[in-house]
Design a protein around this ligand. Structure first.
Ligand SMILES: C[S@@+](CC[C@H](N)C(=O)[O-])C[C@H]1O[C@@H](n2cnc3c(N)ncnc32)[C@H](O)[C@@H]1O
Length: 301
């Protein structure tokens, strides 16, 4: 067990916060299906750019402000932490935690390279992290969908926040794309990718309804009913980063698809996917609906 730069302890089960009953538990039934390969780390970087604006706006609306101490759970390579760091400024600080040592190594490296000294990162399971419970805000993006019991995970994490502090979670709502229109004019290749990704993500035990469920997840975690909204980008044009993002996601999911015995795409498909998708969309002068996200925020009682 060691101390992180905030003086909090890592490596032991977390205490629950005042007034919030929480039974910290790990998520043995849900694998983190994307791994932390170079391709995946690159994908997380593009994801950070695509979801930056909605993340920044969500945190501001949640009440994250200058001088605050913020905890970012499942921080990956630290994009969310750096967005929060921009808001809290030099007088505030952000601590990102993630179970992946490679992601944390890269989070530290990127923050050092781009000059964001008010971020720090520790390797820890969410449930194993302990603190004095005095963070001003809790944030997280695309983390609850990977938890077997998202309400227990959120309750455990909210226990690190002082009374009156903010909780802002951003989760994808994949099922909206699976059941609705996701391109205009219709892109057959994107159809195929959306269906395949849904199968792989759902088959790994991740929640395709995490965004839709987020309001109830807050309530089940002992938090007030949150303010919620959904947001989806429409991506088109030759220079959209979304084509690469989609191709990298398919590549990152290939090992999980193989584990599940799913056919569909291969490594060589993944090599050409970015270009094929871009030309299909450009030929029809079309747009793709990017994965929708739900932003939810509330104050800790
Ligand atoms: C989809 S990534 C999102 C990364 C980052 N929040 C972002 O939006 O760029 C999910 C991250 O959560 C981490 N993770 C999932 N479950 C976790 C847990 N129980 N404890 C710690 N980290 C976890 C994974 O290792 C992964 O890096």
């Amino acid at each position: 067990m060691g101390k992180d730069p905030h003086g909090s302890m890592v490596g032991t089960p977390a205490m629950s916060g005042p007034g919030r009953a929480s039974t910290p538990r790990s998520s043995p039934g849900v694998r983190y299906l994307l791994g932390h390969t170079d391709h995946e780390l690159r994908r997380l970087g593009i994801q950070g750019d695509l979801y930056r604006e909605v993340t920044l706006r969500g945190f501001r609306e949640a009440g994250v402000g200058p001088g605050m101490r913020v905890l970012d759970i499942g921080c990956g390579t630290g994009d969310v932490s750096r967005v929060a760091a921009e808001i809290v400024g030099d007088s505030g600080s952000v601590l990102g935690i993630d179970r992946g040592p490679e992601a944390i190594r890269m989070a530290r490296e990127i923050s050092a390279n781009v000059g964001v000294p008010n971020t720090s990162f520790v390797v820890s399971e969410l449930e194993a992290y302990t603190s004095l419970g005095d963070f001003d805000a809790l944030v997280g993006r695309f983390i609850l969908m990977h938890q077997e019991d998202p309400a227990a995970a959120l309750s455990c994490a909210a226990g690190h926040v002082r009374s009156g502090g903010s909780v802002c979670m951003i989760e994808s709502y994949m099922n909206v794309l699976l059941t609705g229109a996701h391109s205009f004019p219709r892109s057959p290749l994107y159809d195929e990718i959306v269906r395949w990704k849904g199968q792989v993500v759902g088959g790994a035990g991740a929640d395709l309804h995490a965004g839709g469920r987020l309001r109830n997840t807050f309530i089940a975690a002992g938090l007030p009913a949150p303010t919620t909204q959904m947001h989806a980008r429409l991506e088109g044009g030759a220079d959209s980063p979304y084509f690469e993002y989609i191709a990298q996601s398919v590549r990152s999911m290939l090992p999980e698809a193989a584990r599940q015995g799913l056919g569909g795409f291969t490594e060589s498909d993944a090599d050409s996917l970015e270009q094929r998708l871009r030309s299909e969309v450009m030929t029809s002068d079309g747009v793709l609906v990017a994965w929708p996200v739900v932003v939810a925020h509330a104050r800790v009682p």
